[in-house]
Ligand binder design. Structure first.
Ligand SMILES: Nc1ncnc2c1ncn2[C@@H]1O[C@H](COP(=O)(O)OP(=O)(O)OP(=O)(O)O)[C@@H](O)[C@H]1O
Ligand SMILES: [Mg+2]
Length: 443
């Protein structure tokens, strides 16, 4: 038995070579083109060519299909067994998706987009690569777990999932080397043969998943550096990455399709309230419900927390909660009215992003929160921040890049709802104009 680490020892490649040359000679004996064989076995010609050239490992499934198509009488299957990677000590079908959000509302356009990209990629014999970004609590995890759960039949070789904790109140972002170790383990690789180096782990991971119909969900990524070693190669394995940050690095490197997830529409927001609080209660207090939706600015995290607060007490009215959120009063205390069932407040969720900002950007964030619900342009923002226009533009870009500010049109920026309330709370606590002294000195 041999390992299949790319660039591994020559002896390790010998079974791959034997399989590849047997496949080629049987195909050529039958006068069959790569393209025709690819059609018969539903793999891409490019992939079969890599296998014929011993640049990739055949799975038993692929060997069975080729064996049947070329009437090889089991010869190809036997050779593929010889070429099986030794590290895989047992065969497992990972199914790591967390429980989907329930009740789940809306997102039909995003489901359709994901379906479309997925079927287009499948037709080309490739896996899909999608990067979803959006503000804290907008529903990225809910979307990907909902869609992947519904589409799981398309991923016959299983689903790998990891919360990379890129923006988490629970701790630092996960080390990709540790994530690779967990993935390899989940794929059946015995711990004792998992290599030490991150590059070797990454190569082994890519080898093992390259021609599987598998989905890898990399949830809550910090940035593209964290994600890069975890990306499958160019085979049939699919990957969906979610992050609060726009992942332009991944898009540039692997041609990922980007979905910028936006807050829910007022209709979807009302539906979410109705499903948790009860349709009757929402109907009886529709104006209060609309006011609450406005306060939550379509952010499902906030809507769900508000709904849970309302279900905890039948005497609290929807309009009353909307009014409490509107103030006046201490911004942090108002925001803490929104506490989810898991005890995590909306404020704590935002804090994970806020703490990653440098001093100038967090100052800009606090100041922009002084104009909640108002669309501002660069010139207005420059006056508010008391910074030159070019610097202001850069600061706005930083905030947009981590989805702490919405870009709602050309040179139109908006901070609204719970996020603006959070900014107000930070301004009260830290002073809106303050910048850490060290930063002032260096700037
Ligand atoms: N489509 C939806 N239908 C119903 N509830 C939803 C939906 N999307 C999100 N939610 C609710 O909002 C909460 C937050 O959503 P989710 O965790 O998916 O946000 P996120 O964008 O992944 O946040 P983070 O940036 O913190 O990772 C969920 O726990 C759920 O209660
Ligand atoms: Mg998430």
């Amino acid at each position: 038995m041999q390992t299949l680490i790319p660039g591994g020892d020559l002896a390790g490649r010998e079974p791959l070579r034997r399989f590849g040359s047997e496949l080629r000679s049987r195909r050529e004996e039958q006068g069959m083109s790569l393209r025709k064989l690819a059609r018969l076995v539903a793999y891409s010609p490019g992939w079969l060519s890599r296998i014929e050239n011993a640049a990739a490992a055949p799975t038993i499934k692929l060997a069975e299909l080729c064996d049947r198509a070329l009437l090889a009488g089991g010869e190809l299957i036997a050779l593929a067994r010889d070429a099986e990677p030794a590290p895989v000590t047992h065969s497992v079908l990972p199914a790591q998706l967390p429980r989907p959000v329930s009740p789940f509302v809306g997102r039909t356009a995003e489901f359709r987009t994901l379906d479309r990209i997925h079927s287009r990629a499948s037709l080309d014999g490739r896996g899909l690569t999608v990067a979803i970004d959006g503000p804290p609590g907008v529903g990225k995890t809910a979307l990907v777990t909902g869609w992947a759960g519904a589409a799981s039949h398309a991923f016959g070789d299983g689903v790998l999932y990891e919360d990379l904790q890129g923006y988490s109140s629970r701790g630092a972002p996960l080390d990709p080397a540790a994530v690779l170790k967990a993935f390899l383990f989940a794929l059946g690789v015995s711990e004792r043969v998992i290599p030490e180096g991150i590059q070797q782990r990454s190569a082994m991971f890519r080898t093992l998943v390259s021609d599987r119909r598998m989905l890898v969900v990399l949830d809550n990524a910090a940035d593209s550096h964290q994600v890069a070693p975890l990306l499958p190669g160019a085979g049939t394995c699919s990957v969906v990455v979610t992050s609060r940050r726009r992942m332009s690095g991944i898009a540039a490197r692997s041609g990922a399709f980007r979905i910028a997830l936006e807050p829910m529409s007022p209709g979807e927001s009302l539906e979410l309230l109705a499903l948790v609080v009860g349709r009757e209660r929402v109907r009886a207090e529709i104006e209060g419900a609309r006011a609450l939706v406005l306060r939550c600015a379509g952010l499902p995290l906030a809507l769900r927390a508000a709904a849970e607060r309302l279900t905890a007490s039948r005497h609290r009215s929807l309009g009353g909660l909307a009014q409490e959120l509107a103030g006046p009063g201490d911004a942090d205390a108002r925001l803490d009215l929104l506490t989810g069932g898991d005890g995590l407040t909306v404020r704590e969720s935002f804090e994970a992003s806020y703490h990653q900002l440098d001093a100038e950007s967090s100052r800009a964030f606090r100041l922009l929160g002084q104009m909640p619900g108002e669309v501002v342009g660069t010139a207005d923002a420059a006056a508010l921040l008391r910074r030159p226009k070019a610097q202001t533009r850069r600061l706005l870009e930083v905030l947009i890049g981590v989805n702490l500010l919405a870009e709602v049109g050309p040179d139109q920026y908006l901070m609204d709802g719970p996020l603006a309330l959070f900014a107000e709370g930070r301004a009260v606590a830290e002073g809106p104009f303050s910048v850490r002294l060290a930063q002032e000195a260096s700037g």
